[in-house]
Design a protein around this ligand. Sequence first.
Ligand code: SF4
Length: 327
Amino acid sequence: MGVRARPIVVVSKCLGFEHCRWNAQIISNEFVNLLQSHVEFMPVCPEVEIGLGVPRNPIRVVHDPSSGTLRLVQPATGKDLTEAMQAFCESFLSSLSGIDGFILKGGSPSCGLKNVKIYSGIGSPYVKEKGRGIFGGAVFERFPRLAVEDEERLSNPLIREHFLTKLFTLAAFRQAQARGRATDLVEFHSNNKFLLMAYSQSAMRKLGKVVADQKAIGIENAFRVYRETLENALYRPPKRGSVVNVLKHMFGYFSQKLNEGERKFLLEAVENYRKGMAPLIVSVNLVRSYAIRFGIDYLLRQSFLEPYPLELMEKPTYDEDRDYWRF
Ligand code: SF4
């Protein structure tokens, strides 16, 4: 695998970059810290950008029954900040280009993507429902297919794995698209074939057709259509059964060269992954070791074997109550 593209990620500034929370605090986030050496962060604090000071009176999202819309208000001062925040969202988000993802602060009335408390009135203690913050909602609306998550959800290993895979794949594609040559498109598709197969076989075939038709439709058009299809393919995480299918496909490249014991051992590792008893990395490393041994470069180039830097991989944790390792 060549030099990995460095994703560009917009991040809530309070997640380790500045003391900009309403109470002048900063939040140290282990995952954001870990990512520092692998991505380009663009920190932003929407509340500071609209002129609120630090510290400041807290703000909240409220439901306005007269218009049926959501308002961003500051109960202590009675200020309605909705228009200011909407104007900032529009100017900031429309100024972005070439970004691959967002990591936003969970639960915030501005940055939150989910589970943000929406109150029934400016001074009301009642939470009517839960939804998105004003900035988080605007991000989701404008960039629904990028790698967009909040820091709370990223503590879930499966969500994190999907987020990282999408983030680094989109960054690699952005880099290929910037080079813009037909060979870059062919190489991207070839190196990501098994990853795409894990996410969606039908999308993989559709993408293969875009690559094959690039001369007829023009290279710029081919990159554009490929990107759209790729974003759709990566929208949902792959199913475990599809990942098993990919492992077995890769196994087919060298199975004839293995002895009975080696074959059985690899298939057991795959089966243990399928049952959730072993992490994917066990099977992946076995495939990789045989690809090295038999010199199968095509397999070694596959992003499926390492879709993002290994250092970012979630470590297994031991559940003492159940005497069980979680992968
Ligand atoms: S959650 Fe968003 S708006 Fe609130 S302090 Fe953090 S960056 Fe600023």
